[in-house]
Ligand binder design. Structure first.
Ligand code: HSE
Length: 301
């Protein structure tokens, strides 16, 4: 018995909603193949596409670590074993929810293999365990959209709540990944733990307005509200030519521009596919001239 599961990359934070908002893209993403084995325990058979960066040790790998927790909580550890293949089809440490896509694919695969004993909501905490292992914080803004699809909101962590938000018909993400590695763990250390009240007011106004704009298909307001003055000023320093890429995107009618998750991937949002591709071309050309190795993706949200 084996199952194959694909889980998509995600854009956490949606620029203004640190740790509480995120959306899934069509591609890239990761694939997990999981099999039942007679041998007890859990093992990683192979990992491809990671340039040897990920641990094969089952207790250190986010996929097997989280799947094993679920397996044991269901009391199955003495019934049979599990073997896992992980095929990474997206860059690691890119700000596209790489660890989340792998973990979600693994947890979902296990649930399928077992005949769906748990609902997606019940699977979410197990996916978050993978994030805790990956970066030290069990944030859900990558795993929730990767698991549920579309746009998700985490209204609360204690108790853990998740809500799917409406996805307006024409939203496209142009994702540019400049090949510098940013570890989420390190990028989280850059965030100040005190926020000025005037900035907080702006930010919660923007989050509230973004949610209502998603319900109203108000593209202009979606763009206006997706901005961040709390985290972007620090994290953008790790991203080559961030300000220039922002300027080029906004000059080419992007609704907004910002950091995807903890970076270095950046996102330009548009409500027109041709425009999304035009921005991709402009940014590709710009980074090419400046000899910054990069990868680009355009995806419908
Ligand atoms: N909300 C998390 C952060 C996402 O910004 O650190 C990490 O991908």
């Amino acid at each position: 018995e084996e199952v194959h599961v694909f889980a998509p990359a995600t854009v956490a934070n949606m620029i203004c909603g640190f740790d509480i908002l995120g959306f899934a893209v069509d591609e890239p993403g990761d694939e997990v193949i999981m099999r039942k084995t007679e041998k007890l325990g859990i093992e990683i058979l192979k990992i491809t596409g990671d340039d040897g960066k990920l641990p094969l040790d089952a207790m250190k790998n986010t996929v097997s670590h989280s799947a094993w927790k679920l397996f044991c909580d269901l009391g199955l550890q003495n019934s049979f074993g599990l073997s896992i293949e992980l095929h990474k089809k997206m860059p690691i440490g890119s700000g596209l929810g790489s660890s989340a896509a792998s973990t979600v694919a693994g947890i979902f695969a296990l649930n399928e293999l077992l005949g769906q004993p748990l609902s997606k909501k019940e699977l979410l905490p197990y996916c978050m365990e993978g994030e805790r292992l990956a970066c030290g914080a069990a944030h859900a803004d990558n795993v929730a959209p990767s698991l549920f699809g579309g746009i998700t909101l985490i209204p609360s962590y204690e108790p853990l709540l998740v809500r799917s938000l409406p996805v307006p018909e024409n939203l496209y993400a142009t994702l540019i990944y400049p090949k510098v590695e940013v570890q989420t763990k390190e990028a989280r250390k850059l965030i100040k733990d005190k926020v000025q009240l005037s900035k907080a007011i702006k930010q919660w106004g923007n989050i509230a307005s973004l949610i209502s704009a998603l319900y109203e298909n108000d593209y202009e307001e979606i763009g206006r509200s997706m901005q961040d003055e709390i985290i972007e000023p620090n994290r953008s320093l790790l991203i080559p030519f961030f300000d220039e890429m922002k300027q080029i995107s906004l000059e080419n009618n992007a609704l907004t521009f910002g950091i995807s998750g903890s970076g270095p991937t950046v996102i330009a949002l548009t409500n027109d596919k041709a425009n999304a591709e035009r921005i991709e071309q402009h940014l590709h050309h710009f980074l090419h001239i400046h000899q910054i190795e990069h990868q680009t993706f355009v995806s419908k949200i």
